[in-house]
Every structure is written in C-alpha cells, then in structure tokens.
Design a protein around this ligand. Structure first.
Ligand code: AN7
Length: 364
C-alpha cells in the first residue's frame, strides 16, 4: 500500500516475524494497535522518586479495547483454516472485538454474555456488528464452560483467550511499549480478569528481550477487583462481584501462566476495591483527560494505592529511583457510560441568556 506508514497497518503486518502467520494467512485487520503511550505528569509527581509514569491507552483500538490485538490474529487464523463461526464467552469487550473482526472477515459470530452484567456500549457494539447475542442466566465462568464444549466442532473457532492466537496478538502491546521507550519499563501495571493480558505482555517482553530489542525486563504487576480476586486469594470465587463488570471473573482461564508471569518477573498481584477503582477512573479523567472504563482504572487504582508516597505502602520497595512505569488502561470510558454516571453528575441549569450564564460563571 502506498503512503501508508508503519503505524496504520495493524499488528500482524507490523509484527509479522513474531506472530504465527504466513504469506497464506488472510489478514483480517482494522488497523488495530499503535495506541498512544501518554506521559502522566500527575501520576509521576504522586509516585515521586524521579519516576516517569506512562499510560498505555488501549481504549483507542478500533473497537475500544485491547482485545482487538488478539482478535486480528485469532480471526485471521480461523479464516485460514476454514472455520465458519467464531464463538466466545465475554464480559463485553471480547464480544465486541469478536463481532467486529468476524464481520470484517465474513464469518458468523455468536457471543455468550452474562445476563444483565454487560456495559451498554459493548452490547450495542456486538449487536451492530451483527453477532448473535445469547444472554445467559449465569456468570462469565458459566458462559466460558459452555463455550469450551464447542472445541470439537471443526466449523467453530473459539476466540476466548484459551485460543493461543489471542495471546500471540496481545503480546504486541509490550512490543509497542519497548519500541516507544527504547527499553522495557521497570514496572508494568495491568488490570486482571481472565488473566490473558498479563500473560501476553510477559511473553511479549521476553520475546523482545531474546531478540535484543530490550536489555531489561519489567516486574509484571496485576490488580484484581476486591470481590473478584481468585488469583490473589488462591482459589476460585464462585460468585464474583465488582462494579468493574469487565473483570467480574471468578475462575480465570490463564490462571497458571499469569502466576508464572508474576513469579518469573518478580512482580505481584493484589486487589483494589470498587471505590478505589471509581476514584481512579474519575481522577484519570479530570486530571489527565483520559477517560477509561472502570475495569481499566484498576491499574491506576493499584498505582495510587500501593506505590505512592505513604508510609503504608506495601509495594513501594519495588520502585527504583527514576523508574519508568507503564499502566495499561484496557478499554474506553464510553463503553460504560452508566457506571460512573451513577456516582452523580452535577449539571447547572440556566436560562438561555448571556446574563444568566455569566451569573453562574461569576463573570461580568
Ligand atoms: C476493559 O471481554 O474477559 O485479564 O470477556 O474488558 O486479559 O481477561 C475482558 C477483560 C481488563 C481483563 N480490562 O483482561 C471479556 C473479558 C478490560 C477488559 C480485562 C478485560 P484479562
């Protein structure tokens, strides 16, 4: 393609040598990836010790979340082997990405969603992209259990992160961080639900390290919502609960590889409460102009809770002087307009006159 820069070609074309594709693979892409890595003066100041904090804004992918990186690879490979349907269980974002890439690739798509627990923007996306939406009387873990049982059907491709191509695509987020910073950060913080993304990032960093693209590796730091924290508790949570519906998962599919990523990287996983998540979401928007969905704010909530200047800070010992810290924010705020609105929006009504508006603004 003429006049196309490296940054508008999607993750398969940009990172082809690192991905399980060949010249024969039909590339189904919406130019995902190349999301901005935004410096945060606010968080850098709060953390202190000369650190620089960056936000990897994954909400700027084509369907508004990081899931597009894995979905381009999973759907391309499904098409290559001749599958006709893609199916997934989802807390919302996977279903939006699956439906969009299936539409793009000419495949049918079915999504199994926990009834009443999907943010409205995500539901609307799956619907408009043309997926068959099944609203399940059960939670995400029930939905994934059903989806797993389609694995023997050759017409069907499961596009949850139990599909290894999903993890392969998602590792490109780590590549992009290194490509921008020139090396790996010292800490990489992520929200954790099904635990595929933290697994994928660690794989990405390790592969780039082996390829000589970076000479350090980050500590991988994960945060789960307090009511949905099986990895922190060390056991399945039968009835997971959190306001952050995207990470309302009690039995993560990538449980073991996520724990491996955390232990190999000398990282950690901990919890943040719903109140801390919402506070972080609101502050990130009002202080830095970055609007993310509640689940995404878990990485910011974790940074504020455990790494800031405070005597109680139990994880601050991981901070070296001048650390570069990356927080992934996984999904766009517009996907879930109701959750933050529930905290109360303050609108000021005015007559449609200049004097009324000026009065309110206390301007002459
Ligand atoms: C915004 O869409 O599991 O730990 O079905 O949507 O890799 O699962 C979404 C997960 C974080 C957690 N942030 O990532 C789904 C789904 C957002 C998310 C996660 C999700 P993983």
């Amino acid at each position: 393609m003429k006049n196309s820069s490296l940054h508008d070609r999607g993750v398969i074309n940009r990172y082809r040598p690192y991905l399980p594709v060949t010249e024969e693979t039909p590339v189904v892409s919406l130019n995902e990836g190349s999301t901005p890595l935004i410096h945060s003066p606010w968080l850098s100041e709060i953390v202190g010790r000369g650190s620089e904090v960056y936000i990897k804004y994954e909400g700027l992918n084509p369907t508004g979340s990081f899931k597009d990186r894995g979905m381009t690879v999973a759907v391309s490979k499904a098409l290559e082997r001749g599958a006709r349907f893609v199916i997934c269980a989802s807390t919302g974002n996977t279903s939006a990405a699956a439906a969009a890439y299936a539409a793009r690739g000419g495949l049918s798509c079915a999504v199994l969603l926990p009834h009443g627990k999907i943010a409205s923007g995500k539901l609307l996306q799956a619907f408009l992209y043309g997926a068959k939406i099944i609203s399940l009387r059960g939670n995400f873990d029930d939905a994934l259990n059903i989806v797993r049982q389609f694995s023997e059907n050759p017409d069907v491709e499961i596009v949850n992160s139990i599909n290894p191509f999903r993890i392969e695509g998602q590792k490109t987020a780590a590549f992009e961080v290194v490509d921008v910073l020139g090396n790996a950060p010292s800490l990489h913080l992520l929200p954790v639900g099904n635990a595929g993304n933290i697994t994928a990032h660690w794989r990405g960093y390790r592969e780039y390290h082996s390829a000589g693209k970076c000479d350090t590796l980050p500590h991988m730091i994960g945060f789960q919502a307090f009511g949905s924290a099986p990895l922190v508790l060390g056991h399945i949570v039968e009835e997971p609960d959190t306001i952050a519906s995207a990470i309302r998962i009690g039995n993560p599919a990538s449980w073991k590889p996520a724990l491996t990523a955390i232990s190999e990287s000398h990282g950690l996983i901990d919890t943040v409460t719903d109140a801390e998540i919402i506070t972080a979401q609101v502050q990130l928007a009002s202080k830095e102009g970055i609007f993310v969905e509640p689940a995404s704010a878990a990485s910011i909530a974790g940074l504020l809770k455990y790494f800031c200047k405070s005597p109680h800070n139990r994880h601050r010992s991981l901070l070296v002087e001048g650390a570069r810290i990356v927080c992934t924010v996984t999904g766009h705020g517009l996907k879930d307009p109701h959750t933050p609105a529930a905290i109360g929006m303050h609108l000021i009504e005015s007559e449609a006159t200049l004097s009324s508006v000026s009065n309110i603004l206390e301007m002459k």
